[in-house]
Design a protein. Sequence first.
Length: 162
Amino acid sequence: MEVFRQTCVYLLRTRENVGQEVLLQLKSKGENKNYWGGVGGHLKDKELPFTCAIRETREETGLEMHNVMHNGKLIVNNSQMTRMYHIDFFSSWIHIGFMKGNDEGQLHWFKTHELPYSMMLPANRVVINHILEGATFGGVIMVADGQKLENYTLNVEGILRR
């Protein structure tokens, strides 16, 4: 079984007269193509998840994160048992710089009450609301064909901020 180590980062902000927003990326390539999710990617050899999250966010958005929170970790298995993903999830309310485009996918700020759930992969759908609440979590997800959620177990701890 192949094991992939990845990070997924959600940048958050609050705007006057708009409310809370989250930055999502419409992936333009790979198995996540045409799905919205946080920015992030694969860990390099001996790279720590936190370091990967900082690097991937800078590469894919042009933004630097501060006060980064490690929200949790999911193990995602496919029902054919050919691949396993270990995904570390991070979030940050503080980020500086100028957002730039990239070849990984289109970036868009969504109001938190208008998220494109039907166009998000199962792991993102399962954890996004917990991340918005500032909770921490850990769990296992089983998917079929990469997109269909079969079942999951998620342990969620208390709300830590906002």
